[in-house]
Design a binder for this molecule. Structure first.
Ligand code: AMP
Length: 173
């Protein structure tokens, strides 16, 4: 399977979740056994030469592709969640949205200083969420070896928000 085959498995849903947004729906790719395996393996293979201690991903769709990548890399998995969802003591990071702010949380003991961390999410849009997650991990002493995405909306310039980090995306729109 090629990148173009994977790209063909992404469905455009106009005006979701609100008017004016073209939502990139990854569920047809997840549904396709070959597509899912190829995408997860290609993303993991990019980091095969690195030692990855933990994969960090945010809810909700980061939780779908993060764990299989962690398995491939013999790494652990750390969830980042919306406020109030994690059961133990947390550290949080608040970041700006177009209108208002949002907050992400991680368990306070999830990252050990010096640990090699691979950050994963499904879509790189503006990069705001990933930038906040990176700050959170770095504030705990984590060493981010890269930020990996299934797909990237290049026209939104998300890489700018992730300056200084190694960014890799499989499918580009
Ligand atoms: P951002 O902080 O703008 O990079 O986007 C945060 C999250 O929103 C991404 O990880 C995606 O899960 C989701 N997202 C943003 N824009 C889209 C889109 N056009 N299609 C699908 N998911 C999106």
């Amino acid at each position: 399977m090629t990148i173009d085959n994977l790209k063909a498995l992404i469905r455009d849903v106009p005006d979701f979740p609100k008017k004016g947004i073209m939502f990139k729906d990854i569920t047809p790719l997840l549904y396709d056994s070959n597509g899912l395996k190829t995408a997860v393996n290609m993303l993991s293979d990019h980091y095969k030469g690195n030692h990855v201690s933990v994969v960090v991903a945010t809810e909700a769709r980061g939780f779908i592709i993060g764990p299989p990548i962690a398995l491939n890399l013999n790494a652990g998995f750390v969830p980042v969640r919306k406020p109030g969802k994690l059961p133990y003591k947390t550290k949080s990071m608040t970041y700006k949205l177009e209108y208002g702010t949002d907050t992400v949380e991680i368990h306070e003991d999830a990252i050990k200083p010096g640990q090699e961390v691979l950050m994963v999410d499904d879509v790189l849009a503006t990069g705001g969420t990933m930038a906040a997650c990176c700050k959170l991990v770095e504030s705990m002493g984590g060493c981010i070896i890269g930020c990996a995405f299934l797909l990237e909306l290049t026209f939104l310039n998300g890489r700018k928000a992730l300056k200084g980090h190694d960014v890799f995306s499989l499918i580009k729109f």
